[in-house]
Ligand binder design. Structure first.
Ligand code: OFO
Length: 173
């Protein structure tokens, strides 16, 4: 049984996962429209992963006797100055999500909700992988540079990461 506080906090996390999903969808579209086809595929897959994260929360809340609420998502279809800037924004987004997960875990300890605490450990590990994944993409920009030739190869390399360890596996289109 979930306390009202935990149920509310889990529903807030649903909102955040949905926002991540749509943010990556908007980013994928920008990448697609700007000729970065492989990065676009990577981001479409990442968007699908975030939707899965959201659905996991739905199932958990409802299985625990609560009620998961469909999120109300407003997403900006931002223009990005460069592919590198776009990936800087992805890492910042992941860091924001990690902080939210950490706060949720703290709340579970405070409320003595060991079941939800246990459930959230999957998200703790996932956030570690996702931050690692986006950080390693940003390292590529430093290693390879950002001239046109480098960007062509960089985009290919990002595409190669789809389905690799800790990388997006679902939702390739
Ligand atoms: Fe949902 O894992 Fe990232 O944001």
């Amino acid at each position: 049984m979930l306390t009202a506080k935990i149920e509310k906090a889990l529903n807030k996390q649903i909102q955040l996962e949905a926002e991540s999903s749509f943010t990556y969808l908007a980013m994928a579209s920008w990448a697609d429209a700007n000729g970065y086809e492989n990065s676009a595929q990577f981001l479409y897959a990442q968007s699908a992963e975030e939707r899965d994260h959201m659905l996991r929360l739905f199932t958990y809340i409802n299985d625990a006797g609560g009620r998961a609420l469909a999120p109300n998502v407003k997403v900006k279809n931002d223009d990005h100055e460069s592919l590198e800037k776009l990936f800087i924004a992805t890492l910042e987004n992941e860091q924001k999500v990690t902080e939210a997960i950490n706060n949720l875990v703290d709340l579970c300890l405070k409320e003595r909700d060991h079941s939800t605490h246990n459930f959230l450990q999957w998200y703790v590990a996932e956030q570690h992988e996702e931050e690692k994944s986006f950080r390693s993409i940003l390292d590529l920009f430093k290693l390879m540079g950002t001239d046109r030739h480098s960007l062509y190869h960089l985009d290919k390399e990002i595409g190669n990461r789809i389905g690799g360890d800790g990388e997006p596996e679902n939702g390739q289109i």
